[in-house]
Design a binder for this molecule. Structure first.
Ligand SMILES: [Zn+2]
Ligand SMILES: [Zn+2]
Length: 101
């Protein structure tokens, strides 16, 4: 199951209170959430965008998002790896996540 789908089902479940995700999924989602909201990630993200100010996919727009090539919930150990990051503009970032579905 892809990250996106897990997250979607997780959100859906929260709304309907019917779908209970397996605890391993919940834990992974929590870990990813913790990483994304951490000061360490915010610092790295800001640093990455100063080094990569242009979108790495279209090279035509200012990058304002940092994407994880290997998703954080599936690979939390790669969350802070420079090689696992990609600076993207918003449309390119959306495209990347749509492609994963
Ligand atoms: Zn772009
Ligand atoms: Zn992303």
């Amino acid at each position: 199951m892809t990250d996106q789908r897990e997250i979607k089902q997780f959100r859906l479940g929260a709304k309907r209170k019917r779908y209970a995700p397996p605890s391993s999924v919940t834990e992974r989602y929590k870990t990813a959430c913790k990483i994304r909201s951490s000061q360490r990630w915010r610092n790295l993200r800001a640093l990455y965008l100063t080094k990569q100010p242009v979108c790495q996919d279209c090279a035509d727009a200012a990058a304002c998002e940092v994407h994880h090539i290997e998703g954080v919930s599936a690979h939390p150990e790669l969350a802070f790896e420079w090689e696992n990051l990609r600076a993207l503009c918003i449309p390119c970032h959306e495209k990347r996540h749509q492609r994963r579905k």
